[in-house]
Each structure stands twice: as structure tokens, then as C-alpha cells.
Design a protein. Structure first.
Length: 355
């Protein structure tokens, strides 16, 4: 009886150690406690999974459920599987560091190695995440078809293992690829579906991203009024919703992008005073960041809005500031029209609203 109680305590202690560990450390902890891995430990781990489900602790649930399943289907080859998982995690981390330093081809190679092992040991959660990351690399390399294939595989795996956060991430990334390919209806569908999942998960950052992307898409569609009559109005509505979230979660860069988007959409529908208001707010944030290229862009946008109002003196002042900054940083201003012409409503430059 004493031996049984001691063994049970060892199981519980190991479970608690795993609970306290950071994501990615579990395999090494289990490898160091190999004699304790048996059906009784797995029973305790599955019980903990049910506790996370009832408590709604999604982040812990996904990684805990995944690790327990890997051990459960390993048919007792615990050491082999754990060693392979550690190898795969090392490849994954290597790819992450390479991606952070823009070594995209190298990162892709590392993640491909990790993916092979994750599939070998049935680590479906890591497989879904890795495929999503690989899609991002293909996107950065301009390989839209390969990016789409990776995102679709990741989406399918996330749905299979009931991993809604991965599903939402893959959907929003698919939406970006569709948007780039001018497949607007599939892009909108992906953004809307991912938005619904993020809202259900109360994932505010994800909500903000989806809403902003929808704003960008409808702004783009609004430039073709025959195809999308309410595009600019839709864009403003989505930007405003995204802005509220960016302010709530204190995401300054995202707030700046939303303000720029609101300025662009307001300008497009002839609400020049509102456009100036949004651009001025964006300018304050950009000056804080010290992003001189974005500062030159925004100053020029303000100049164009004033010019459209017929306030030539204001327009010229902002234009000169923009021109001075652009010359200092060697950034060309790609606009050709004469200010001091109240009858001329100039178009906005074709650059993206992102600073």
C-alpha cells in the first residue's frame, strides 16, 4: 500500500511539474522521468485535460491534450518519441530564429525538417503551427500558391484536432493570400470566419487584425465603385471597430494603421476635414515612433486633404514639411500636381496605409 501511495505521489508531482513548465519543455521533463511514464500516468494526464476543458483554459488544454495523445499512441516507445520530439522542437526553434532575422529560405528548410518529425510522431498541434509558419515564409518569398497550400493543410489539421485558434490563424492568413490574388469574395469569407472564431475565443488581438484587414479590403474595393458601391463606408466601419480594439489592448502600431486607414477612406468619400483629423492623430503617433518615411507620407496626405478643401496655404506648408523629410531620408515623393489649385482634387498616392 505504501509503495502504491508513493508511486501515486510521484505521478502527481510529475503532472504538477509539467503544469509549471513553459511550452516546449514538456518532452525533456518527461524524458528525465521516463520510469514514471505508463498507463497510470496517462490516466492522470487525461484527467487534467478534462479539467482544462471544464475551466475553459484553452492554451493549456491544446498543448496538454496534444502531449497526452502523443504518449498514448506511441505504443510504449516513449523514449524514442520524446527524443524525436525534442529534435523537431529544436528544428522549429532554429527556424523561428532564422525567420526573425529574415533568413526565409533557411527558416523554411528548418521547418520542413521539423514538419517531417512532427508527422512521424503524430504531433498534430505542432504540425498545424509549423504549416502555418511555412505558409508565411512562402508568402514572404512571393510564392502565393505554396503559401495557400500550407495554410489549407494547417487549417484542415487544426479543424481535425479541434484547435480553434490555429483554425482562425490559418483562415486570416488564407484571406490575405486571396486578397493579394484579387479573389475578394473568398478573402472576405476567410476574414469573417476567422473573426467569428476570435470573437468566440475573446482573442482581441485577432479580432483587431481581422477587422483591419476587412477595412483594407473594402477600401480597395471602394476604388472600383461599380463593383462595390459601399466599399469606402464599409471600410470606415471596420477601421473604427478595429481602432477601438487597438486602443483597448494598447497596440500603438495597429492604432496608427487604423487611423491612416480612416483618413484614406474619409478622403475617398470627400470628408476631407475628417481625413485631416485622422491623419493628424496618426501623425502624432508616427512622430513618437520616429518613423520618418511614414511621417513624410502622412504629412503629404494632410497636404492633399487641405488642397482638396481649397486651403492652399495649409496644403503647401504640409507638403514642404513632407518634401524636406523625404529628401533627408532619400525617400522619393511619388506625386505630381500643383498645389494652390482649389478646383483640382488630387488622388491619394497609391502606397498602402501602413507606415
Amino acid at each position: 500500500m505504501m509503495m502504491k501511495k508513493k508511486r501515486q505521489k510521484q505521478y502527481v508531482d510529475l503532472r504538477d511539474k509539467l503544469l509549471r513548465s513553459d511550452s516546449g519543455q514538456e518532452a525533456d521533463i518527461l524524458r528525465k522521468n521516463l520510469p514514471l511514464i505508463d498507463r497510470n500516468l496517462l490516466k492522470i494526464l487525461w484527467q487534467q485535460t478534462e479539467i482544462f476543458k471544464k475551466q475553459g483554459e484553452c492554451n493549456n488544454l491544446y498543448r496538454w491534450q496534444n502531449l497526452t495523445r502523443i504518449l498514448d499512441i506511441s505504443q510504449g516507445n516513449y523514449l524514442t518519441v520524446l527524443n524525436r520530439k525534442i529534435d523537431a522542437d529544436q528544428y522549429f526553434q532554429k527556424g523561428y530564429l532564422q525567420e526573425q532575422t529574415h533568413l526565409f529560405s533557411e527558416a523554411l528548410s528548418s521547418w520542413q525538417e521539423a514538419l517531417k518529425i512532427y508527422r512521424e510522431i503524430a504531433d498534430f498541434l505542432a504540425e498545424a503551427i509549423t504549416l502555418n509558419n511555412m505558409g508565411f515564409i512562402h508568402h514572404c518569398l512571393g510564392e502565393s500558391q505554396q503559401a495557400m497550400e500550407c495554410y489549407q493543410e494547417s487549417l484542415a489539421r487544426s479543424r481535425e484536432i479541434e484547435y480553434p485558434l490555429g483554425e482562425a490563424n490559418s483562415l486570416v492568413n488564407l484571406g490575405i493570400v486571396y486578397d493579394l490574388l484579387n479573389a475578394h469574395e473568398p478573402a472576405i469569407s476567410c476574414y469573417q470566419n476567422s473573426l467569428a472564431i476570435y470573437q468566440r475565443l475573446k482573442h482581441r488581438q485577432g479580432e483587431g487584425i481581422c477587422l483591419h484587414n476587412l477595412g483594407l479590403l473594402y477600401y480597395s474595393l471602394g476604388q472600383y465603385q461599380d463593383a462595390m458601391p459601399g466599399g469606402f463606408s464599409e471600410a470606415i466601419a471596420y477601421y473604427q471597430q478595429s481602432l477601438l480594439i487597438k486602443e483597448e489592448i494598447v497596440e500603438h502600431q495597429g492604432k496608427s494603421l487604423c487611423l491612416g486607414g480612416l483618413g484614406n477612406a474619409s478622403y475617398a468619400i470627400g470628408e476631407y476635414e475628417n481625413a485631416i483629423k485622422f491623419y493628424q492623430q496618426q501623425l502624432e503617433m508616427i512622430e513618437f515612433f520616429g518613423d520618418h518615411q511614414a511621417e513624410a507620407k502622412t504629412l503629404l496626405n494632410i497636404a492633399l486633404a487641405y488642397d482638396a478643401l481649397g486651403l492652399s496655404e495649409n496644403a503647401i506648408g504640409y507638403y514642404q514639411q513632407s518634401l524636406q523629410i523625404s529628401r533627408e531620408i532619400g525617400y522619393p515623393l511619388e506625386i505630381k500636381h500643383e498645389f494652390n489649385n482649389p478646383n483640382r482634387i488630387p488622388p491619394l498616392p497609391t502606397w498602402d496605409s501602413q507606415p
